[in-house]
Design a protein around this ligand. Structure first.
Ligand code: F6P
Length: 324
């Protein structure tokens, strides 16, 4: 392999820039050319490329977002879109790809690899931490810290006004952000898609915490949780059935995806970028780089896509005990 393409795709996540930097510098170190692809698969289809050298990634390790921009391309899901992408890659002399993104990104990479035998390696980049085969995805640690900071601030108002706050956090279908930020932010209840506690249990728990002397409460709700249809309906339900609290809702939204990456995400991105390039140079393809027990490893891309990421059961128990 003498020329590697790198792109970011799907939802952006803090640490993507650090990963791009790492891929570009690992290429330079191994004297391989590196080409940046703008807007993920969409840029591939349009041939929107930029040559990158070690200096072109200066000053980005601490920046959120992605300098290569990101998109979710519908066109790449069609054979025609993929054919266009393949032709542009060939014309540019790109021989292998490093794909930084989540599930959708890896599915696209797998299909492309099957159709064109094109070497691809994935780096998990999403705040959701919902990928099988890695304990951490890039951006997750940063997002957690952002959420915990937000919960701390909201708690000031909750306790000053004796209020109950429902705080909705991101995570798509995964409860990792909610569970971890909920524990760290001292939430009374944490609602996640992986464990449906039911409305009765929620009401009961809120009643108990009031009678145990708590005057305010924080409930962290994962956006994928199905206990109420949405967090506002949950508020209405609790107000109707438990008129003990003044209730407010705060949806944290996309602020969770931005900001400077944490030290952990920067180091992880640097490690994963090197591993991705060196894996391609060893002639391997169709893997995702992951981190497990603080060691980098490789998971076949199809396993990463089809496997189900599990919630940490021990954390569920700790959360339960902490809300006593
Ligand atoms: O995958 C990252 C994520 O932020 C999810 O947590 C959320 O469900 C989704 O993307 C939001 O997508 P969009 O940016 O298209 O609103």
């Amino acid at each position: 392999v003498s020329r590697i393409g790198v792109m970011t795709s799907g939802g952006d996540a803090p640490g993507m820039n650090a990963a791009i930097r790492s891929v570009v510098r690992a290429c330079a170190y191994h004297e391989v050319e590196c080409v940046g692809i703008y807007r993920g698969y969409q840029g591939m289809i349009e041939g929107d490329f930029t040559d990158m050298d070690a200096r072109s990634v200066r000053g980005i390790i601490n920046k959120g977002g992605t300098i290569l921009k990101s998109a979710r391309s519908k066109q790449f899901m069609t054979p025609d879109g993929r054919k266009k992408a393949y032709r542009h890659l060939m014309a540019k002399g790109i021989e292998a790809l490093v794909l930084i993104g989540g599930d959708g990104t890896f599915t696209g990479g797998m299909v492309f690899n099957e159709e064109y035998k094109f070497p691809v390696i994935g780096i998990p980049g999403t705040i959701d931490n919902d990928i099988y085969g890695t304990a951490y995805t890039l951006g997750y640690d940063t997002a957690l810290n952002t959420v915990v900071e937000a919960i701390d601030k909201i708690r000031d108002t909750a306790s000053s006004h004796d209020r109950l706050f429902f705080i909705e956090v991101m995570g798509r279908d995964a409860g990792d952000i909610a569970l971890n930020s909920g524990i760290a932010g001292g939430a009374e209840e944490i609602l996640i898609p992986e464990e449906d506690i039911g409305l009765d249990v929620l009401l009961d728990s809120l009643k108990k915490s009031k009678s145990s002397g708590k005057s305010s409460s924080i409930v962290v709700v994962a956006e994928g949780d199905k206990i109420g249809k949405n967090v506002f309906e949950l508020k209405d339900y609790v107000e109707e059935n438990l008129p003990l609290y003044d209730v407010r809702v705060s949806v944290l939204g996309h602020m969770q995806r931005g900001g400077a990456p944490s030290c952990y995400d920067r180091v992880l991105a640097s490690r994963m970028g090197v591993k991705a390039v060196e894996t391609l140079l060893e002639g391997k393809s169709n893997f995702m780089v992951g981190i497990n027990n603080n060691k980098l490893d490789l998971t076949p891309l199809d396993k990463a896509v089809k496997g189900t990421h599990q919630i940490n059961k021990e954390l569920l128990r700790v959360a339960d005990i902490m809300s006593t």
